[in-house]
Design a protein around this ligand. Structure first.
Ligand code: GTP
Ligand code: MG
Length: 296
């Protein structure tokens, strides 16, 4: 082994788990940067996104995936496919379960018979009493021969960030860096922007509308201190378009302000954002559109 390899570990770590377990939040937390879409509503993440964390001399490439769930709908099945496929490409899996989740989700994951090792991450422990947490840990400990480690975490209380990173590093192969250590992600900025706009939609309008909606980035123009983004929000019906616009245009204004804030914090730059809403009936069944929705 060459000298530059010594002591250096580097590899891909897929975040897997039920929808709402806190995968995207954990990625942002470990990265120390908001990059991935987070919502209290289920099925927020639709596309794969990565974040690169340097832990001492080790490089960890986290891959955030859509939440595992059951659904007969094509769009949802494709989301789960994205997640399952990422298992195959990884060196290590982080399986996330929140303190509220039933252990059955973990048992279902074990049934997939993953060929690579996994760390079990128990999330949202700030929301559980000591008793509940102890009970959960005892439940999961029955499977101690299946996981490499069990790490309880909370992003709200900043619990176990460094121990988790060290546990991950320990389980990665010795390998040269895959990417320049200065990089925080190799995900296309278009996909990051569209998810920020989608997060603003999740945040701003009532429950079912975000699921009938997606975002396409038409154009990005970077000039000196200003990044101009032209995006299209597609939705399926006139009534959903009406909700996205809102009374006196209030909703679309809110969406624009939130999305601009997320993008400008990420870019550390001034942002001009032009949003246009377009109706595409049954877009979730339109192969040309959903092809653009999934990043494998
Ligand atoms: N109290 C508490 N809430 C958390 C914690 N981590 C995540 N959350 C919340 O849990 C919700 C879901 O978080 P996400 O990160 O979007 O979950 P996800 O697993 O990526 O969900 P999908 O993308 O739908 O699969 C959000 O409202 C987060 O703020 C935590 O440590 N403590
Ligand atoms: Mg997510």
């Amino acid at each position: 082994m060459s000298e530059k390899n010594i002591g250096k570990r580097s590899g891909f770590v897929t975040l897997i788990g039920r929808t709402n377990a806190g995968k995207s939040s954990l990625l942002n937390f470990l990265l120390g940067e908001k990059i991935s879409i987070v919502s209290h509503k289920v099925n927020a993440t639709r596309r794969k996104i990565n974040g690169i964390v340097m832990n001492g001399s080790d490089q960890i490439i986290f891959v955030d995936t859509p939440g595992l769930h059951e659904s007969g709908k094509l769009f949802n099945k494709l989301m789960v496919d994205v997640a399952l496929k990422s298992i195959g490409d990884a060196d290590l899996i982080l399986f996330l379960a929140s303190v509220h989740d039933d252990i059955k989700n973990y048992q279902n994951f074990l049934k997939l018979n993953p060929k690579i090792g996994h760390i079990l991450v128990l999330t949202k422990i700030d929301e559980a009493s000591q008793e509940k947490l102890a009970k959960k840990i005892t439940e999961y400990s029955k499977f101690h021969d299946k996981f490499l480690a069990l790490v309880p975490t909370s992003i709200k209380k900043n619990i176990c960030k460094k121990p988790l990173l060290d546990e991950i590093s320990k389980n990665l192969p010795e390998h040269e860096y895959f990417y320049n250590p200065e990089l925080i992600s190799t995900t296309n900025v278009r996909d990051i922007y569209r998810d920020f706009i989608l997060e603003a939609i999740f945040d701003s309008v009532s429950s079912e509308v975000p699921y009938s909606t997606d975002v396409l980035i038409d154009k990005i123009v970077e000039k000196e201190e200003l990044v101009s983004i032209y995006a299209k929000i597609i939705t399926d019906t006139n009534s959903h378009k009406g909700i996205l616009i809102g009374k006196n245009g209030d909703a679309i204004k809110r969406i624009g302000i939130k999305a601009k804030k997320l993008i400008s914090e990420f870019e550390d730059s001034k942002i001009f954002l032009k949003l246009e809403i377009s109706i595409k009936k049954n877009w979730k069944s339109d192969k040309n559109i959903i092809k653009k929705s999934f990043v494998y």
